[in-house]
Design a protein around this ligand. Structure first.
Ligand SMILES: Cc1cc2nc3c(=O)[nH]c(=O)nc-3n(C[C@H](O)[C@H](O)[C@H](O)COP(=O)(O)OP(=O)(O)OC[C@H]3O[C@@H](n4cnc5c(N)ncnc54)[C@H](O)[C@@H]3O)c2cc1C
Ligand SMILES: CSCC(=O)[O-]
Length: 403
């Protein structure tokens, strides 16, 4: 009655699966949903199912600290992350869904002489790549972050790498916006449907087996982040990925005190303030492989201890909650957008601790790879074969805190 009276409709349909689709995307996180969206928008491919074992956005996409930036070092990275950041600028209009993109500015603190050299190098590289970043001296930095303590006894603030158009977005809304747009194109988003096996024949994908039965497909995109190794194993190949927990926490909400994002990579902590007033704090990954999605007490201590010298005000805050997500780490801290040893199977993973910022660019590039069967310029350098050929795209510095 409400729907008839108000014209109100569900944000996205929740159909039972058909017998087969042209393309199946496994994983309804941001990357999977964006891949489906740009398959429809850029290539007119809408006979697509996005299969999700839990609820859409319930993985890392709904668990991250929402930092968006493109201040990476290598040319292929800068191209991909800046494509993503530029798509974020108008994504609310594109999806007709307010994803609350907030280009509030992002600073990576230099707290050692090495970081001064490293970040200035990044600024020079970014300026050659068309990515707008700049170096701030301590006084310029203090003007943007009044609560910061520049004179910490162990790690004084010596300056910072600043990206004015870096910032944050509402992570749930990114997933919801893409999901609604996919559903409006007639795609099927099938939640609570776990992929339990992959059928191949003569080296070509044929179907996936799921908790809702067998579903046939011509092409299969594996986009499951921390679970990528398991899906690959179902299809008969391996990935150079390690899955570890990355944790974060938020404080009790307080009055506005910080309107930029600050990352302190030497001490392994980063912080921003959410629109609700919480201080959103993240740190390094667990030092061992695991698939937990919970927070652990020692990380709260390690991360807050790391930040407290630079932000003394957090010593008086209470923690509201903490959580974790399972991130998929590659050896060079760069993603994998690639064909695989099985015909018709493609993989998009390895975003590790920094894939939220890449979602629109990743979906754009992955849709081109799946539609054409070969990578376009954005994905060309991120194939699986780079590990065999030793063509690493080392972003261990740009990846941020201990990751
Ligand atoms: C605590 C934390 C903080 C972070 N902070 C940032 C940040 O500030 N900025 C940034 O850029 N990045 C950040 N990241 C990283 C970012 O969240 C991820 O890289 C990104 O969200 C990955 O998106 P995805 O769509 O690939 O994966 P996910 O969102 O995890 O989606 C994968 C989906 O696949 C589903 N799936 C898995 N196995 C199966 C199966 N067998 N069958 C069906 N479905 C399956 C899962 O349920 C999941 O929903 C952070 C991550 C964490 C955990
Ligand atoms: C989790 S670190 C956030 C980032 O990569 O900007």
């Amino acid at each position: 009655a409400l729907r008839q009276h108000t014209g109100w409709k569900r944000a996205w349909a929740s159909p039972e699966p058909k017998a087969r689709y042209k393309v199946i995307v496994v994983g309804a996180g941001g990357h999977g949903l964006a891949t489906a969206y740009y398959l429809g928008k850029n290539f007119g491919i809408t006979d697509v199912a996005v299969i999700e074992k839990g609820w859409l956005g319930g993985g890392n996409t709904g668990r991250n600290t929402t930092i968006i930036r493109s201040n990476y070092l290598q040319d292929p990275s800068a191209a991909l992350y800046e494509k993503a950041r530029s798509l974020y600028e108008n994504l609310s209009q594109d999806l007709n869904y307010n994803i609350m993109f907030s280009p509030r500015g992002l600073i990576m603190l230099a707290q050692t002489e090495h970081e001064i050299r490293g970040y200035k190098r990044t600024v020079y590289a970014n300026n050659l790549q068309g990515v707008a970043t700049e170096w701030l001296d301590p006084q310029q930095l203090k003007a943007k972050v009044p609560i910061i303590n520049l004179d910490g006894p162990r790690y004084p603030v010596l300056g910072g790498l600043y990206q004015a158009r870096g910032g944050t977005a509402r992570h749930d809304a990114v997933a919801w916006g893409y999901a609604r747009a996919c559903s409006d194109m007639g795609m099927h988003i099938i939640q609570n449907c776990e992929v339990t096996g992959v059928e191949t024949e003569a080296g070509q994908v044929r179907a996936v087996n799921t908790s809702k039965g067998r579903i046939g497909c011509d092409k299969l995109a594996i986009v499951v982040a921390g679970h990528s190794s398991q899906l690959a194993e179902m299809a008969g190949f391996r990935l150079p990925i390690e899955s570890v927990a990355l944790q974060a926490l938020v404080s009790e909400p307080i009055k506005p005190c910080m309107d930029v994002v600050v990352m302190a990579n030497t001490v392994h902590g980063y912080m921003s303030q959410s629109d609700k007033g919480e201080m959103v704090i993240g740190g390094g990954t667990d030092g061992f492989n695991n698939f937990t999605q919970r927070g652990s007490w020692q990380h709260v201590e390690e991360t807050v201890r790391a930040l407290i010298e630079t932000f003394p005000m957090i010593s008086r805050l209470k923690m509201l909650r903490q959580w974790g997500g399972i991130v998929d780490m590659t050896g060079d801290r760069s993603p994998i957008l690639s064909t695989t040893p099985v015909g018709g199977i493609f993989v998009n993973c390895g975003w590790g601790t920094g894939g939220f910022k890449a979602i629109p660019g990743s979906g754009w590039a992955m849709a081109e790879l799946v539609a054409k069967g070969t990578p376009g310029p954005l994905a060309a350098d991120f194939g699986l074969n780079r590990f065999r050929e030793g063509r690493f795209i080392d972003e261990s510095v740009a990846a941020g805190v201990a990751h």
